[in-house]
Design a protein around this ligand. Structure first.
Ligand code: ADP
Length: 491
């Protein structure tokens, strides 16, 4: 059990007790030294023979070499996906399709421990998170969409839903397997075939998923997984044989993609950046709210596009909330992601750590008052202390721009009108959180906040049945739920 701190008085956590190490074992997993491209049901070498390294961000050690796909490799993957769509998958009776998707879901469950360990090694997130959140949710997405596969005519009555063809899917590094599941499961359930590219810093669980898909007996070419960086992604976007692009990543790349497919008849969904307002009213259950704040921005190193990165606290309770938050931050364990006690693991890459540290400097220069927990960071690997910026103001860059790290800005407010104005005054609109005792306040806020997902008296909760997506520069289109089927269908 974690020690709970609810006192307003700062506590001394530097003396006293410590957790014994509880590392998860990596003995049971099998990793290749070199990974190839998964095209047409087989692992094939990249045409140009190029490979890149994927490293463990907690140790800075190389884990494996991974193939880099160029335009020709992507073209092969697209033509395998087209053939599979025309000859097999697009024509298969829906209940048969569903059986394959159910099988993939079950196989992920069976191999969940292996997936969790690899996710943590490749991405740096705490094993507790990959074990309890990423992998079970990924399996659940396949279960959920398997259930829809033969019910599309009930989901969209009298509309004769039909698949689009070949979907090109590009995903980021913060939830590697889960994002692959968010993309692949609805595409398969609706009868489309797929070319998916994982992020270059976290390709391993997608490649493990490729092994699993091969073992599941899914017909060749229905799912193709190509690895590489931006150039490989751009090759997918630019390929004329792709009918639909689903992209999750940065707003900058999302804009590039939107420009590059303008004038074509490719369909597009974009899930981009965020800068969520997390709003705490004076009548909120304060201890739970503090836990929600910590969960919203510090767990998973703030590597969540819906992270609650802008905290708004009603003035009358601000001192108390901030003190409790500081107390709680002192108890957070930053370090080895493979340890089951760790709350905050490694930052995903050296580049991302540099970005976060750059924003921390910007925040200091903008005049914000910085507070960081007193924890020691490991000597090796990419780590960042949980960080608060007190007295932030709306015009600060650290308030306006997405940092994607464990950095929280804090502003206070007096009235509901003021907080709605401030919360909405931002280019993003992905998510938000509100904590209050009053249902009416929740309904008032949720109808006026320009955010796709709003959590009330909780934060960062996901379910395959509930749609997710943004407003404004956070993108468009929804993933999850019934809504998540629509971008893969024509009517
Ligand atoms: P992040 O900041 O989360 O890394 P990116 O948008 O850079 O976000 O990356 C998200 C995904 O988009 C990754 O798989 C990356 O390789 C890919 N990507 C990067 N640049 C491009 C591009 N120009 N076209 C298509 N995909 C790209």
């Amino acid at each position: 059990m974690k020690k709970k701190n609810t006192s307003v008085k700062p506590l001394n956590f530097t003396s006293g007790w410590e957790y014994a190490p509880a590392p998860e074992s990596a003995d049971h997993i099998h990793l290749e030294k070199q990974y190839e491209l998964f095209i047409d049901g087989k692992f094939v070498k990249p045409g140009k023979g190029k490979y890149f390294d994927t490293i463990n961000p907690a140790t800075e050690k190389k884990i494996a070499s991974v193939a880099e796909a160029d335009e020709q490799d992507v073209a092969k993957a697209v033509s395998a996906a087209r053939k599979a769509y025309d000859k097999v998958w697009g024509r298969m009776p829906a209940p048969e399709r569903a059986k394959y998707i159910f099988r993939i879901a079950r196989m992920i469950q069976e191999r969940s421990r292996e997936f969790a360990v690899i996710e943590t090694m490749d991405g740096g997130k705490p094993i507790r998170e990959s074990r309890d959140i990423d992998i079970p949710l990924a399996a659940n997405h396949f279960f959920y969409y398997a259930g829809w596969a033969d019910k599309l005519n009930y989901a969209f009555p009298n509309q004769q839903p039909a698949p689009l063809g070949v979907a090109g899917q590009i995903i980021p590094w913060n939830f590697p397997l889960l994002m692959a599941a968010w993309k692949i499961a609805p595409a398969l359930a609706t009868g489309n075939t797929v070319v998916l590219k994982p992020a270059e810093t976290t390709p391993l669980t997608a490649l493990k998923l490729a092994e699993l898909i091969r073992d599941s007996g899914l017909p060749d070419g229905v799912v193709n997984i190509v690895t590489g960086a931006g150039r490989t992604g751009a090759a997918i976007v630019g390929h004329p044989g792709i009918d639909k692009i689903a992209f999750t990543g940065s707003t900058d790349v999302g804009k590039l993609i939107q420009k590059s497919i303008a004038g074509t008849d490719k369909k597009l969904t974009l899930e981009l950046g965020g800068k969520a307002a997390h709003i705490i009213f004076e009548d909120a259950p304060i201890n739970q709210a503090v836990e929600g704040i910590v969960n919203g921005i510090f767990f998973n190193q703030g590597h969540v596009c819906c992270a609650g990165s802008r905290l708004f606290v009603q003035e009358s309770v601000a001192d108390m909330v901030i003190q409790k938050l500081k107390d709680r931050m002192e108890t957070l364990i930053v370090g080895d992601p493979m340890d089951k006690n760790t709350d905050i693991g490694a930052i995903n890459s050296k580049e991302q750590l540099q970005t976060i540290l750059k924003y921390i400097e910007i925040g200091k220069n903008e005049g914000g008052e910085i507070y960081q927990s007193s924890c020691a960071l490991p000597g090796k690997g990419y780590f960042c202390k949980p960080t608060l910026f007190l007295n932030s103001s709306q015009s600060h860059r650290i308030v306006q721009e997405e940092i994607f790290g464990p950095v929280l800005t804090i502003q206070t407010f007096r009235t509901i009108e003021e907080v709605i104005e401030k919360a909405n005054n931002i280019p993003y609109g992905l998510s938000a959180g509100v904590w209050t005792d009053k249902g009416s306040k929740i309904f008032n806020l949720t109808s006026r906040l320009r955010a796709g997902v709003i959590w009330a008296n909780t934060y960062n909760k996901f379910d395959p049945a509930s749609p997710f997506g943004g407003y404004k520069e956070s993108g468009f289109g929804r993933e999850g739920g019934l809504h998540g089927l629509m971008p893969y269908l024509k009517f």
